[in-house]
Design a protein around this ligand. Structure first.
Ligand code: PEP
Ligand code: MG
Length: 574
């Protein structure tokens, strides 16, 4: 007899294969009173070092299979283990309560997990809880001397069944053999779900008890569109599944047809849907999904992937590759945005009380201009290989922009004098992510070639709400009329001077925000490559004039973000 189990459709697609149960080892810990707290602390330090070492390895695998953006989750994990506050709390507990490292580590991390999980309406914060859980397993396994499962070792076609899949499990799944995965818990925005979509592996999460119902080796049918699993299917069920899979493949072909279509509204207004990338490797996805160029190349990874400042030549090779692959399409390269939450061990930055308001991005570039000059020279030299746009991050004042641009001009001049062939059409723009620059966008628009709105930062600075702080996360409101009015001012100011405005923060891919942004006249949306076709299909259904009147209502008649969301849902998404 077959059994049907339903869950949350986390990544679409169909699969048929036998179950591979990924069983977690027993990581339960007991409280043990200890005498020698120094040696417990030493064990803890060793376990943390071992875990960081493992995480670096998994990060490498993930960058290969998933791309740089997705691999970043492991930087977050390393950061959890490098967080002096968390580690110190564990050590304090070992000392003050004379308890074993396992117990102290579990108790302290549990406190953080519960704190983050309490924020029910904030998916971002709940993901931080998942990060801590994942890291905790690794450290506890190291302390207890047990081995974690090794999903990278699977070498026959299977459907992975697990209670939960951590991001590190998911990153190690080999797409060649793992045809789908099904878990007991999890949601659509969990890291494993996001990674499954990135890997294009069908996934169903939150089934409740799939691990109990589907033992090792049983045949499974997975329908990742409906979120349905059939265990031990009948011949009729197998036939129906095959038909549904074939129909879905057809539908995907229709979607993929949008790959070479224009990003244009129903009434003919053309926009650009570009992609955010972290390394040249990410260009594969950009080309596969037919993005209209690169709207944000985060160059930090060049600096973070290395033990020293990357040389001009090393940078040149990376920029050239991206520009060549993009052909005539625009490529917006952001100069380094180190500082804030992104640290470099070889660049001695002192610790600060408010790193997000501190010494970062263009502030470092202008202060340590040799680093900046090297990057600009590499970019200018690469400019002949494509359609280069250079963008400065965290610009707060006109003086900063002028200073940065003057350095660019100096390096350009030097290269010309050295008879290096360069493009004479490099565009220079800024990220609008600090409220001061949004407010005087009319003045900036006279100086720059383009704007790209960085909503991830713009929202937190405008609302004075650190988005890592759960107690104020309710203020992180992309749909707030205050944020929307700032965006409108930036777009209008740009258009008055005949320049374009893009957006490269997460908001640019949000289906509630997109209709409003079309209404406000945004010219370019830069998002994850795998979301490009979905966004294109949404935009092709929207009428720009209707969206303009919707945006007008949202900005001037709605008082709250909630009202704005309800309005868009009523008018656009029903
Ligand atoms: C932003 O702030 O919106 C942005 C795109 O930059 P980052 O997320 O890299 O800070
Ligand atoms: Mg930013």
């Amino acid at each position: 007899m077959s059994i049907k189990v339903t869950g949350i459709a986390a990544s679409d697609g169909f699969a048929k294969a036998k179950v591979y149960q990924l069983v977690e080892p027993d990581l339960s810990v007991k409280r043990v009173d200890i005498q020698d707290s120094a040696s417990e602390i030493n064990r803890l330090d060793q376990a943390i070092d071992q875990s960081i070492h493992e995480l670096h390895k998994i990060r490498e695998i993930a960058a290969e299979s998933l791309g740089e953006e997705e691999a970043q989750v492991f930087d977050a994990h390393v950061m959890v283990l490098s967080d002096p506050e968390l580690v110190q709390q564990v050590k304090d507990k070992i000392e003050s309560e004379s308890v074993n490292a396992e117990f102290a580590f579990e108790e302290v991390t549990e406190m953080f997990v519960q704190m983050f999980e309490a924020m029910e309406d904030n998916a971002y914060m709940r993901e931080r809880a998942a990060d801590i859980r994942d890291v905790r397993k690794r450290v506890l396994a190291a302390l207890l001397g047990v081995t974690l499962p090794n999903p990278a070792g699977i070498d026959e076609e299977v459907i992975v069944v697990a209670h939960d899949l951590t991001p590190s499990d998911t990153a190690q799944l080999n797409k060649k053999y793992v045809k789908a995965f099904v878990t007991n818990i999890g949601g659509r925005t969990s890291h494993s779900a996001i990674m499954a979509r990135s890997l294009e592996i069908p996934a169903i999460v939150g089934t409740g008890d799939i691990t109990e119902k589907a033992p090792q080796g049983t045949l499974l049918l997975v329908d990742g569109v409906k979120g349905e699993v059939i265990i031990n299917p009948s011949a009729e069920e197998e036939a129906a599944h095959e038909k549904a899979a074939a129909d879905f493949a057809e539908l995907k072909k229709v979607w993929q047809k949008l790959r070479d279509e224009k990003s244009v509204t129903a009434d003919g207004v053309e926009v650009e849907i570009a992609a955010n990338i972290g390394t040249p490797r990410d260009m594969e996805g950009v080309l596969h999904y037919g993005a209209d160029g690169v709207g944000l190349y985060r160059t930090e990874f060049l600096y973070m992937d290395s033990n020293e400042l990357p040389s001009e030549d090393k940078q040149f090779v990376a920029y050239k590759e991206v520009l060549e692959q993009a052909g005539d399409q625009p490529v917006v390269v952001r100069t380094m945005d180190i500082g804030g939450d992104k640290k470099l061990p070889y660049l001695k930055l002192s610790s600060e009380l408010n790193p997000f308001l501190g010494y970062r991005a263009i502030r470092i570039s202008l202060d340590q201009d040799e680093i900046f000059r090297t990057q600009l020279r590499a970019l200018i030299r690469a400019s002949i290989y494509g359609n280069l746009h250079i963008m400065f991050p965290m610009i707060a004042t006109i003086e900063e922009f002028k200073q940065a641009k003057a350095i660019f001009e100096e390096e350009k001049e030097k290269l010309i004098n050295e008879s290096v062939e360069i493009s004479n059409d490099i565009k220079i723009g800024i990220m609008v992510e600090i409220p001061s620059s949004a407010v005087i966008a009319d003045q900036f628009a006279k100086e720059v070639d383009f704007f790209s709105i960085g909503t991830n930062d713009l929202i937190q600075y405008t609302m004075a709400a650190d988005r890592m702080n759960e107690r104020v996360s309710y203020l992180y409101q992309p749909y707030s009329p205050a944020i929307l009015r700032l965006i409108k001012h930036v777009i209008d100011s740009a258009h008055k001077e005949g320049i374009w405005t893009g957006m490269c923060g997460e908001m640019a891919g949000d289906p509630i925000a997109v209709p409003l942004l079309i209404g406000l006249g945004l010219d370019e949306f830069s998002i994850g490559a795998s979301d490009v076709l979905k966004n294109r299909s949404l935009i092709r259904k929207l009428d720009s004039k209707e969206m303009a009147s919707l945006a007008n209502k949202a900005l001037y008649e709605c008082q709250t973000a909630e009202e704005v969301k309800a309005l868009v849902e009523k008018i656009v998404h029903q």
